[in-house]
Design a protein around this ligand. Sequence first.
Ligand code: SF4
Length: 386
Amino acid sequence: MHQTTGRGLYIHVPFCHQRCHFCAFYLEIHHARAAEEFLGSLLTELRLYGEQRLFGSEPVQSVYFGGGTPTTLSPHQFAAVLSAVRDGFGIQNDAEITVEAHPESVTPDSLSHLHEAGFTRISFGAESMNQTELDRVGRHGSPMSTLEVVAAARDAGFIDLNLDLMYGLPGQTVESWATSLQQMVTLAPTHLSCYALTVEEGTHLRTAIQRGLVPAPDETLQNEMEDLAEVLLSRAGYARYEISNYCRPGYASRHNQLHWTGGEYLGLGPSAQSYVAGRRFGNVSDLAAYNRYLRNGSLPVTESEQLTTAHEACERLVFGLRLTEGIPLRETGAAAFSGLTGKVDELIGDGILERCGERVRLTSTGQRYADTVAVALLTSLETQPA
Ligand code: SF4
């Protein structure tokens, strides 16, 4: 059943200047020499995949640099990577090329270099416009640096600009969340991502909560904040097109949409995940091992799974359900699997899913349980008659 709706690259830059207390991403503290060695490995990885013609002759429609803090790389290093991407894969003329940045990791000069190098979109981790809330989760930076960096990015020529925000932070109130949202609206980015704080295994935040030093996120309060975001942002002209994502008309993230619409993406860099030709595969989550693989001329892939047709249909459904508009059931291929369709009917009966024409989507209640719905649908495959 494999159909694609686009192709893109994800490049994981595994460096930050320090680790935020809530963060569980794979990363290392930035050192210039480690970054230079990583760059050499990344260029080798791009060359090896380029030689495989993994995506045939069709150039990619999106390139996304995530992390970590990609902007720990210098403009010169970014230029080298983009040039290798062009050589190995080709980039469509109107491609979306995004870089994530911590507001304090760029300067007016580096922003100009990024824009000149071909980046069309920049995504800043603002997280909160309240200094105490940032401090409590060990997030360096300040609301002022967010205000300044947005102005500097516009001066450098960036129009498509995302800001990330988090809600449910320790000590955050509905009022302070509303203030952060209002300030975002005043900044008028083209895109906003609002994520509920989650407490991940192995994080400093989890330890602090276990020791009673910081309160655990309150789910009821988070739900209230989520609802408030939808009200305030839709009033300001932003459409909620995915559970956590809002945009001005025409500015939905193409990179994110690849994931939600069954597109193909190749992940490069340590811990990066890929989905190509019905196969999910992932790189080793260790920079030293990643460098070693590539020094020896091998790809650093340590996990790989070819999805069955049923599993692929289920994933398309699960990801498509993250979109506010949902997904036409027939596009997912789920109709061929009675276990899946039975579960969909059951979830409709429970008020978690609903039909809207040909589409099936989460109800407003269901949006709170997207992860549980995903598990229920995947589990239904186990009862699928052979
Ligand atoms: S800046 Fe981002 S990637 Fe780096 S530690 Fe903080 S949350 Fe994690």
